[in-house]
Write a new protein. Structure first.
Length: 54
């Protein structure tokens, strides 16, 4: 299921960035190799998958 959303957001990401909805893609270590689909989705939308509330 997350993989489906990841694929769709991959197509929508450039438009989302132009509209200010998504930030720049967050760089994942090793280019995302070994990252979960959910972490890759967060990174694609400009969010840090490792962020934790202080």
């Amino acid at each position: 299921m997350v993989g489906d959303v990841l694929g769709a957001f991959g197509k929508l990401a450039p438009t989302g960035r132009q509209m200010g909805v998504f930030g720049a893609e967050f760089p994942l270590p090793d280019g995302g190799a070994g990252a979960s689909e959910f972490d890759r989705l967060l990174a694609l939308t400009g969010r840090d998958p490792g962020w934790r509330r202080p």
